[in-house]
Design a protein around this ligand. Structure first.
Ligand code: PAF
Length: 326
């Protein structure tokens, strides 16, 4: 039979193991985005998970929630503020509603190509904008990428702004984008992305605009016949963290999150570049009629008033600095 001493030792041993286990129990990090698990955001989520779990030696485990299962992008950003989600990969589409300084990045025809856009986001100006998130109960971890947006629709080939006249186009919940489409003569309908496929299917809207990556990852050829490579706006994306989780961590731990977010952005940019090379052929194979040689000058001219409206509200400082670099 066990002596009293042995019993106490055994119990305290069990208790010690219990405490040790508790100290090593991994913290689950919930990461959300709106696209499918074959998307460039999912490639980025996988890279984030791999890096954070490796850097923290298993202190954190990452669970990915795809396809808007945690809501649309605006809802997920709100989720970060109240702590119902820990990390979100989102376009800047709805971000201007929270951090108005970021609207500048969504101006149509602001960037000419990927190198230019990436270079600006990786500059001091990009870092400043990441820091601004802190004033709005958000933590900007890294700039990542959605891509240059192009117009798709179910009605007709679009070669000029006149062809877009009256077209009901779903836009993101972004005031700058809505204004640009109004100026083009289209009828912008802001809507959260998770509602879009059904809206196109049911004909509530005729068209939408998104990068090749998104058009591929969402099988939009099932509901859209025409694609015009308008490249009318570069759509940045961002890896955001929740202050509810991150403010309670050590500097070292927060550093792992930042490093993982940078790894995520690198993987995503590579995937965006790959789909820019291979995606159009894939969309054609799936039956889309693609207008590749769009003359963008008339589109550019049509959206000029969006710039005036933007600068009258937000000034010219940010815009001047970007245009200097670009
Ligand atoms: O169209 C949008 O809302 C965004 O581009 C998307 C598809 C959610 C990716 O950020």
């Amino acid at each position: 039979t066990m002596t009293r001493h042995a019993l106490v030792a055994a119990i305290s041993g069990i208790a010690t193991v219990g405490i040790a286990l508790q100290a090593h129990a991994a913290t689950e990090v919930n990461l959300g985005h709106t696209l499918s698990d074959s998307s460039h955001y999912s490639v980025g989520a996988d890279a984030f998970k791999e890096a954070l779990e490796r850097l923290s030696d298993g202190e954190f485990t990452v669970t990915e929630h795809t396809s808007g299962s945690l809501g649309g992008e605006r809802e997920m950003i709100e989720g970060l503020q109240i702590g119902t989600v820990d990390v979100v990969i989102t376009s800047t589409g709805p971000l201007g509603n929270f951090v108005p300084e970021t609207y500048v990045l969504d101006l149509p025809f602001l960037f000419e190509n990927y190198d230019q856009a990436r270079c600006v986001l990786d500059s001091e100006l990009g870092d400043e904008l990441l820091e601004k998130m802190g004033d709005h109960d958000l933590i900007g971890l890294a700039w990542t990428e959605n891509g240059f947006r192009h117009l798709t629709n179910s009605q007709r080939e679009i070669a000029t702004p006149a062809d877009a006249e009256g077209l009901r186009v779903r836009t993101m919940e972004n005031a700058v984008h809505q204004e640009a489409f109004r100026q083009m003569g289209a009828r912008p309908t802001p809507m959260a992305f998770p509602e879009l496929f059904t809206a196109l299917q049911q004909g509530t809207v005729d068209g939408q605009e998104n990068p090749i990556t998104v058009i591929v990852a969402t099988n939009f050829w099932e509901v859209q016949d025409y694609l015009s490579l308008t490249g009318h706006v570069y759509s940045p994306a961002i890896v955001l963290g929740s202050p509810i989780l991150l403010d309670g961590l050590s500097d070292e731990e927060r550093g792992w999150f930042r490093e993982a977010a940078v790894a995520s952005a690198e993987a995503t940019r590579e995937e965006v570049s790959r789909l820019e090379r291979e995606g159009v052929a894939l969309l054609e194979e799936n039956g889309m009629t693609v207008k590749t040689d769009v003359d963008v000058a008339p589109f550019q001219e049509a959206v000029q008033p969006a710039y005036e409206i933007f600068t009258s509200e937000h000034g010219t400082e940010m815009l001047d600095r970007i245009q200097e670099k670009a």
